[in-house]
Design a binder for this molecule. Sequence first.
Ligand code: GLA
Length: 371
Amino acid sequence: MRPIEQRAILAYWKQFREEPLLVASAPGRVNLIGEHTDYNGGFVLPCAIDRRVAVAVGNGGGQLYSANFREISPLLDGREGSWADYPSGVAWAMREQGYEIPLFRGAFVGDVPPGSGLSSSAAIEAATALALDACFQLGVSRKDLALMCQRAENAFVGVQSGIMDQYASLLCREGSALCIDCRSLEAEPVPLSLVETGLSLFICDTQVARELGATGYNDRRETCERAASRLGIRTLRDAGMKDLEKLSGEECRRARHVITENVRVLEAVKTLRVQDLAAFGRLMIASHRSLRDDYAVSTPELDTFVDVAVQFGALGARLTGAGFGGCALALIKQEDVQALSKIVLQHFKARGFRQPVLFVLQPAAGAEVGT
Ligand code: GLA
């Protein structure tokens, strides 16, 4: 059992004075490439990370406890704007699908930095869904659990996110990224040989909070839907470069990002399969430029990190997640971690930015029931 799962069991015991029935945990994710493509029916390539949310669950009570916030909440019937929305939303979505979820208690502990683009919310949702599935022996597939988590996020929490984060958290495997076709929902593991190639996933959390609901996320999604309907297609997945002639202004730029990003993801999968990490890195850089210029979701902090990392000699760098703040990712040699950290801190200071948090992530396993 992982230390974080043990901490959830302890939190449950301290709070409710009894043993939980079981513990489950689910990871956050870092998206390697394929940004803002999921809700356009396109391709994404995330991998699960070694930061997780664990939940210990037991029967009765209808109470939720967060060890991070040291806060107890009832299981909610409707959105409240707090962490409790996520587990409550999952229970709500599972009941809505006809699953019988008796009253339960849950104690949560997590170490995915919240609001940074590493999917702490999907990790809470996925851990809750898997725990409830195991606890009440529902026998739901991982894929259907992910869809119910997404429904919770869309209809209960109120963010129109795509399927990437919940899918990654529930379906990723250790040592692999996951290429998801967000239309067919087919997902294929792609080997991610970082240790073997001496590379690290270096993260810069810009400390600029990224409130998905309060930013342009839903707005970007609507623009894409408008562009697709103008082209007479279901989603921008079906658009090609020629279609851009029929669009103008924002719709054209947003669509261009989606079209080119889908191509980049499929290329990226090929490069990983042959361990051509240099080519993979170039695709990351192109992805960032497209997110910055066409999709307009970058920030001065994210751009600074990417520029500094690339000048330093990173194979690739890009913002990861929705953008508007949060994290960026660079692919660098393991031995360069210290040196790049120093340079990034200097640049951020010189530009008067908030001090970023810099760390290395390891690809990790998807959601699991603790044993
Ligand atoms: C957020 C959403 C995802 C995806 C990304 C952008 O993380 O939750 O569904 O749309 O933004 O790629």
